[in-house]
Design a protein around this ligand. Structure first.
Ligand code: GLN
Length: 211
């Protein structure tokens, strides 16, 4: 059974644990807050939750987990970022660059924070996500001051979901996968639908057997 860590510095981390704890194949979840937590060799994967990305990055630097997080991603270990977590995994964010405002990086995309503006701060949208089970059943995408992926900057980044807001001719990219990295602009942990968490669990297992 898998042991999955959830970065627990700020934001919606317990919600991820609650969903994970009822999925078959997940043995345990652990809150990751310190650099010592990364010395645990039994950790199979990591989730970076939603919250506020600049605050989360600041706390991560102060707690000394920024380097362990970067190492985790660079070593090719499975990681999933939701919302603020997706921003932190991106290589480029507006007004936020590695070296300046801290990002973890590793995901070859450019994100735009708070992309839906004040008028539609938060909304729920039905998403078509063909890669998860029962693709004919839409996934409830919960967007809270959500970012979008403005550009995909490498060929091996798979777009797995888009959202189309009123008046948009083309949808905005809101979920991608690049090898061991999964990123969603929305919050599957705030719904009763656990298909994204099961998708992540399957992704972890597939990466482990391909080694
Ligand atoms: N707007 C937040 C940020 O820029 C992300 C919001 C969220 O994680 N729900 O970090």
């Amino acid at each position: 059974p898998l042991r999955i860590g959830v970065l627990a510095l700020q934001g919606a981390f317990t919600e991820h644990q609650h969903v994970l704890n009822r999925i078959a194949g997940v043995g345990s979840t652990v809150q990751v807050k310190t650099k010592e937590a990364f010395e645990d060799d039994t950790l199979d994967a990591l989730i970076l939750p939603g919250g506020e990305s600049t605050t989360m990055a600041l706390i991560a630097e102060r707690s000394g987990v920024m380097e362990p997080l970067r190492n985790w991603v660079q070593k090719g270990k499975p990681v999933w970022g939701t919302c603020a977590g997706m921003i932190l995994l991106s290589n480029t964010a507006h007004r936020t660059k590695i070296g300046g405002q801290a990002l973890i990086g590793g995901l070859d995309v450019t994100v735009k924070r708070n992309a839906f503006g004040a008028q539609v701060d938060s909304f729920v949208a039905d998403l078509n996500v063909p890669c998860i089970a029962s693709p004919e059943v839409v996934f409830p995408g919960v967007f809270i001051r959500a970012p979008i992926i403005e550009s995909v900057d490498a060929d091996n980044v798979e777009v797995i979901a888009k959202v189309q807001k009123d008046g948009q001719s083309e949808g905005s990219i809101v979920a991608v996968k690049q090898g061991h990295i999964l990123a969603t602009a929305f919050h599957p942990e705030l719904t009763d639908d656990d298909r994204f968490h099961r998708y992540f669990v399957d992704m972890i297992k597939a990466l482990q057997t391909s080694k």
